[in-house]
Design a protein. Structure first.
Length: 252
């Protein structure tokens, strides 16, 4: 069965003490009964991960990294391997975020390798895809997402792909205040699920959570999360305040 998931991508925000206090506030909200039945994930910066895992231990909060390197180790100054992330008890890793693609030149080939490296270490990838504004305006969003999934995801076996969470994030909606309408989100989520079903099987497609991301806020989440093929959200800006994040967790 598809899990309902709300994941907060903190990006390059929150130092160690700010991050830990945000985790404490989220834990307190969840302990009050908010978000029962929802998988709640936060993705702090690398330098906060070790302490974040300790702070979240025994609570409903799961920890994700925001990126990883595809090689196991070696001369890759400034990079972090999936083995290092796994060794400190992190469960998830975001892969292929549009900011990584845009500012750090991540290619489909490296994204595919990062997914493999994560699965090899038992990490669950949160794999992001989505079209840019010009592609949406040209009506190419289905084509773009299909190409991304072919090049980056569909080399996996059915058993492997079931461990992946997909986040559809239209790039024109990230951090812009523009959001896909609930119908636009549903349309492309259903398309993604159909691609999964055609490639693997309907049963496999039914086990994979597909999250929406892009200016998702407490005031638009209920409608978006209410759509049949939307299993939750990958949240940027609104994940930085406990109150907003908890409201999102309670938006199903
Ligand atoms: P946003 O970011 O919610 O600030 O638009 C979403 C994301 O980048 O995952």
């Amino acid at each position: 069965m598809r899990k309902k998931i709300v994941a907060g991508n903190w990006k390059m925000n929150k130092n160690l003490s700010e991050g830990l206090s945000l985790i404490e506030s989220i834990k307190a909200g969840l302990a009050n009964g908010q978000g029962a039945g929802v998988e709640v994930i936060v993705a702090p910066s690398y330098v906060t991960l070790t302490e974040a895992v300790k702070a979240a231990a025994g609570s409903a909060v799961k920890i994700s990294a925001q990126n990883c390197h595809q090689e196991e180790n070696g001369a890759y100054t400034g990079e972090i391997s999936t083995g290092m992330i796994q060794a400190i008890g992190v469960e998830y890793v975001i892969i292929g975020h549009s900011e990584r693609r845009q500012y750090f030149n991540e290619s489909s080939a490296s994204i595919a390798k990062k997914i493999n490296a994560s699965l090899a270490k038992g990490l669950k990838p949160i794999y992001c895809n989505g079209e840019v504004k010009e592609e949406r305006e040209a009506g190419k969003h289905f084509e773009v997402v299909q190409r991304q999934m072919n090049d980056e995801l569909f080399h996996l076996s059915a058993e492997e792909v079931k461990k992946v969470v997909i986040a559809y994030e239209p790039v024109w909606a990230i951090g812009t205040g523009l959001t896909a309408s609930p119908d636009q989100a549903q349309e492309i989520h259903a398309f993604i699920r159909k691609l999964l079903s055609d490639k693997y099987s309907a049963a496999v497609a039914e086990e994979i959570s597909i999250l929406y991301g892009g200016s998702c806020k407490p005031d638009n989440a209920v409608e978006i999360f209410g759509k049949k093929d939307v299993d939750g959200g990958l949240i940027g800006g609104a994940a930085l305040k406990a109150e907003d994040f908890l409201a999102l967790v309670a938006s199903f």
